[in-house]
Design a protein around this ligand. Structure first.
Ligand code: 13P
Length: 279
């Protein structure tokens, strides 16, 4: 099946019945588990890795594995750089053939975020790739960064940002945070709806781990087109490894590889079933 651009997988603006899952992976086993889930459920997906995790899986090593996994997947799959923070990493992802990149300029003042994002849009579009950016600030930390507080996206800023940058997807902050929640978040669905009504750019939800099925469905019904899931796949894979350890004290290396494939596959399927259009 072809490697596709994430924008080809998004529902049309007015179609609020499903969202595409974007699943973070950190090794071959996770990428393989994710595409097995996609094939079993016949559901397209986005494979992604965040810049903050590259210490564990260098992009020049894992990127080609992700692209190979997407190309051998029997349903459409996109390969995306999540939370790109430096031009160096973004350029590397584009040169490897990633079909989209995120530039996360949420730590910069608005005008600087716009200027830097525009630079990335020019670079990526010239190579046929799509760009996601962030406005407002999702909480927590994706990767080995310092945790930050949520800064809910303003409608006016989102509108200005979308118009002036020409991004293909926009991550909005509506109360979610990366990582596991210590307190269940109360999502600002009212704000999401206002942003959705104000701009046509496909909207992205970060910090999917730990949200309830109702949260996801509510976000999709109010305009979210892409949902990021990272921590839940890492946690489920680690759980499967612990289960192997306690059931089989003489477990071999490949028992653990297999546990990671199964752990990711199971978690990706669980989320895909929620993000899918109700039959
Ligand atoms: P979680 O780790 O909370 O699932 O967040 C994933 C994410 O938003 C990646 O950018």
């Amino acid at each position: 099946m072809p490697l596709v651009k994430m924008t080809e997988l998004f529902a049309a603006h007015e179609d609020t019945t499903f969202a595409v899952g974007a699943f973070n992976v950190s090794n071959m086993e996770m990428a393989w588990g994710a595409i097995q889930a996609a094939e079993e459920l016949q559901t397209p997906l986005i494979l992604q890795i965040a810049e903050g995790r590259l210490r564990y899986s260098p992009l020049d090593l894992l990127g080609p594995v992700m692209l190979a996994a997407a190309k051998r997947c029997k349903v459409p799959a996109a390969v995306h750089l999540d939370h790109g923070g430096t031009l160096e990493t973004i350029k590397l992802a584009l040169s490897l053939g990633f079909t989209s990149v995120m530039f996360d300029g949420s730590k910069y003042p608005l005008e600087e975020n716009i200027r830097r994002t525009r630079e990335v849009v020019e670079l990526a579009h010239a190579q046929g790739a799509a760009v996601e950016a962030e406005i407002g600030r999702v909480g927590g930390a994706e990767g080995d960064y310092k945790s930050v507080d949520v800064l809910v996206t303003s409608v006016d800023e989102a509108k200005k940002f979308a118009e002036e940058t020409g991004v293909d997807a926009l991550a909005v902050a509506i109360g979610t945070a990366h990582g596991n929640y210590t307190v269940q978040p109360k999502l600002r669905i009212d704000r999401l709806k206002e942003i959705f009504d104000a701009i046509k750019t496909p909207l992205v939800l970060h910090g999917g781990t730990g949200l309830t099925e109702d949260d996801f469905k509510n976000c999709i019904a109010n305009g979210i087109k892409k949902i990021n899931i990272a921590t839940a796949s890492y946690d489920n894979s680690a759980k499967k490894i612990r289960e192997v350890c306690s059931a089989k004290p003489d477990a071999k290396f490949f028992d653990f590889s297999d546990a990671v494939v199964r752990g990711t596959c199971e978690n990706v399927k669980r989320h895909m079933k929620i993000f899918k259009r109700d039959a």
